[in-house]
Design a protein around this ligand. Structure first.
Ligand SMILES: Nc1ncnc2c1ncn2[C@@H]1O[C@H](COP(=O)(O)OP(=O)(O)OP(=O)(O)O)[C@@H](O)[C@H]1O
Length: 596
């Protein structure tokens, strides 16, 4: 299976620990068999009152084997778990890295709760692949062959019985477990994702659900999902228990068989009676060592399913040119330059040294499953140091332009050039590094105002932080003031100002991309903050999206967007002179300010 090939590759990177765990596991297994075989022999020998030194040798051997077994079992656990957890850590990081460029598209299709379940739960399920599927059979086979060889030295018939028992343990029991498991296959992971979805929706939408009187209904839904998850967990646990019980049944069946066969062979004179207990205990220990085989296929199936779900999450998007739906039954060729989700060789870096120029050439964008394009052949040239604004009605495609500029999405037509270089050739991280970005809905982390200002990890003095707060008129906030998750305890205007202060602190970025950064502020505060922004970005390129037209007189370029097309562009004076759409908007705004 292709997905498990990835896992196998990750395991190969841990080959040293894997080799050590197999060696330790083999030593522990074989020491266990010899330990119990020696114990059995010791018990039988005592009946014949052997010389003291025989007893001393045997008891010492038993003690040494006991210690060896415990130490090697510890080594096996240590190395196998170390390999597993390093592998899981690497898988989690690589899965997350592949998710990041797909994020805007992915969140449209998968709910955050489901993604959370996949990242946490499905990756966790993969630990079974190594711990219960990949290496235990190797140890069992090695211990089995050594034991059969040892037993055959005393009786070929007993050895044959062990082989028959092992065939039943390795094939019949797992086959039966797998039959029972078919019904619950994958349901546990799906149900876990369903609960995760319900919980996140309930938490995110708590206030709205309460206000609209739907909270009880959603809580009941959560209870139903949770009960279903518990039921699936029971079913899965029952399946595993059934496997273990069947295995124990086979183990005791074989033990009885060895006992009966040993007795018969002793009567017929082909086996000395003193060895019966030894063979019995050796066989019992051997089958105990083989216990992981019972549930191996079930764990394998689970790991495969988890790997498939994880691969689906990243492949669904990365194999499809963004903005185009995949026709059924037909694989679309990848657009090498445009696909943001696939791993690409590192591109050129966008320089943060100089103010950037932005050129949009016949730029188009079409969201997947939308019947009309959101952006249509937009051409625009913003020279270095230019202060430009994009205005236009809601839904006209302004934010989409920003997402394309930040390579969060890839255009479906035309080209974007930053500093003359096609954006497809630029490394996206260098764009994020070179730009000072304030998005419509900035994220705030639980912590303090200081933590949220120092998001980029750079060290700054309290004076610097306070100056930034003063610039956005937030000096009434102390740096140690608490910020709740998602900035729940801040007003919308405070959040916007905190985001702007955060951006102003990032010195040396020569490209400013601001998406409605002051939309929640009152006119007076907005004017002040706007002036501060213009001062901060005096020598830089600034592109701002805004609804209100306050302060746009100072812009070098104003672009009016409607239904994804540029309908007007020019300076404030030019647009007012044209008496077109912008002029109309300004008149309405002036009227509203006057009314207020
Ligand atoms: N993830 C998405 N999937 C599908 N359609 C989307 C998605 N995001 C936005 N759209 C649609 O694209 C169009 C443009 O959206 P965009 O956010 O760029 O507009 P906008 O001009 O920034 O609007 P606003 O001023 O309200 O922020 C809208 O019709 C919107 O419904």
């Amino acid at each position: 299976m292709k997905e498990l090939a990835l896992l196998t590759k990750a395991l190969i990177q841990e080959r040293k620990d894997i080799a050590l765990s197999i060696i330790c596991g083999f030593i522990a297994g074989i020491a266990g068999v010899v330990l119990f075989a020696a114990s059995g022999y010791l018990i039988s020998q005592t009946v014949f009152a052997p010389p003291l030194y025989t007893l001393i040798v045997l008891t010492s051997l038993v003690k040494i084997l006991g210690l060896l077994r415990a130490a090697s079992r510890y080594g096996e656990r240590l190395y196998s778990h170390r390999a597993t957890f390093s592998m899981l850590g690497r898988l989690r990081a690589s899965f997350f890295a592949r998710l990041v460029p797909l994020m805007p598209n992915l969140l449209g299709k998968k709910r955050s709760g489901e993604l959370l379940a996949r990242i946490v739960g499905d990756v966790e399920s993969l630990q079974h692949y190594f711990l219960r599927v990949a290496y235990p059979p190797m140890i069992v086979v090695m211990v089995f062959l050594a034991t059969v060889l040892f037993v055959s030295a005393y009786s070929v018939w007993v050895a044959c019985l062990l082989i028959a028992g092992m065939l039943a343990t390795a094939f019949v029991v797992p086959g039966l477990v797998l039959l029972g498991q078919r019904r619950v296959h994958g349901k546990l992971l799906e149900q876990r994702a369903a609960v995760s979805i319900e919980v996140t929706e309930l938490l995110y939408g708590f206030v709205d659900l309460k206000v609209y009187g739907r909270l009880k209904e959603r809580e009941e839904q959560l209870h139903i999902s949770s009960d279903a998850l518990v039921a699936e967990q029971h079913a899965a646990a029952r399946g595993l228990l059934r496997g273990q019980s069947l295995h124990t049944f086979v183990t005791y069946l074989i033990s009885w068989g060895v006992l009966a066969l040993g007795a018969y062979l002793t009567i017929t004179g082909s086996l000395e009676g003193v060895f019966i207990a030894m063979l019995l205990l050796a066989s019992q220990t051997l089958f105990e060592e083989a216990a992981p085989l019972a549930n191996l296929p079930a764990y394998k199936q689970d790991s495969e399913y988890a790997a498939k779900r994880l691969a689906e999450t990243v492949h669904e998007d990365s194999t499809r040119p963004p903005g185009k739906a995949r026709p059924r039954g037909k694989v679309q060729p990848r657009d090498k330059a445009q696909s943001p989700g696939k791993a690409q060789p590192p591109g050129k870096a966008l320089s943060a040294e100089q103010a950037a120029s932005i050129e949009l050439c016949e730029l188009s964008f079409h969201y997947e499953h939308k019947d009309r394009p959101v952006l249509k052949n937009i051409s625009l040239s913003i020279p270095p140091g230019c202060k430009a604004a994009i205005v236009g009605p809601s839904g006209s495609g302004k934010t989409t332009i920003f997402e394309l500029l930040l390579k969060l999405r890839a255009s479906t037509g035309g080209e974007i050039r930053l500093n003359g270089a096609p954006i497809t050739e630029l490394d996206e991280a260098s764009i994020w590094h070179a730009a000072n970005v304030v998005l419509q809905r900035g994220h705030f982390f639980r912590g303090t105002i200081r933590d949220n200002l120092l998001l980029d990890g750079e060290q700054r003095s309290d004076e610097e932080l306070m100056t930034a707060l003063e610039k956005v008129l937030l000096s009434h906030k102390a740096l140690d003031d608490e910020v709740y998750e998602k900035g729940e305890n801040l007003s919308d205007g405070e959040k916007q100002r905190l985001a702007l202060a955060r951006a102003m602190l990032r010195k040396g970025r020569r490209l400013w991309l601001l998406d409605e950064p002051t939309s929640s502020l009152d006119y007076i505060t907005e004017q002040h903050v706007f002036q501060q922004l213009l001062t901060e970005a005096a020598d830089d390129t600034l592109l701002i999206i805004c609804h209100r037209l306050t302060g746009l007189e100072e812009m070098d370029l104003i672009v009016v967007l409607e239904h994804g097309s540029v309908i007007e562009a020019g300076t404030y004076a030019q647009l007012m002179e044209q008496k077109g759409y912008f002029y109309e908007m300004k008149q309405i705004e002036l009227q509203m300010i006057g009314d207020e």
